[in-house]
Design a protein around this ligand. Sequence first.
Ligand SMILES: [Mg+2]
Length: 235
Amino acid sequence: MILLLDYDGTIVPIAEKPELAKIDTRTKSIIEGISENCKLAIVTGRDYKSFKNVFGEIKDTIYLITSHGVEIFRDSIKIFEEKIDNPPPIEELEKEISRLEGIDIENKKGGFALHYRRFKGNEEEIRRIFYEFINKYPPKKIIEGKKVYEALYSDTNKGKGIINLFNVTGWNPSEAIYVGDDTTDFDAFKTIKHLGGKAYYVGIKKPHVEIDGIFKNTEEVRIWLLKIMNECQNP
Ligand SMILES: [Mg+2]
């Protein structure tokens, strides 16, 4: 079995600020346990630094796809990287939003994310600033997620990310299950379904893409992962 897991909203609940979404030791040891006896990769929109900040030490049996597929790591070593041609001047955007309270810019490989979970003002203002900036520096892709605007300057996505992972590892996609909670995971859902694997969604409402199963929340995911860990240890 191969598990491909999104991080925020899948393994850990969505937090007020991205840097607060730390993993608890119990869940982390389940993830590590699965990676030791089965195969496991975490597929996140975060970059390496931001992920390590909330996850801590990353065991060498865990594969990590960061920035929606721009980079792949194993044992802190980069084993794959997508090239970015024209990175935008993030400082310009930082200056523009510095007058507003409760907005966090995540400057990552391949683009940036504007988080406004803590913002109390008119959200239209954030939207205006975001679109003004990206009209000036057009990205390859725009993602409107949960309280976040994201601009990607690489045309990769989580679907392409997992294909690159299968290429570098030689893993068989038909043995893989992908679990994710957000629109950015839908590319991976389509890819994994196309390659004969399974897609599980985390959320209340069934999404518009084809899935094989649904978890209500991260707690349900954790209980399922515990079961998987036992199966991996006693096949
Ligand atoms: Mg997520």
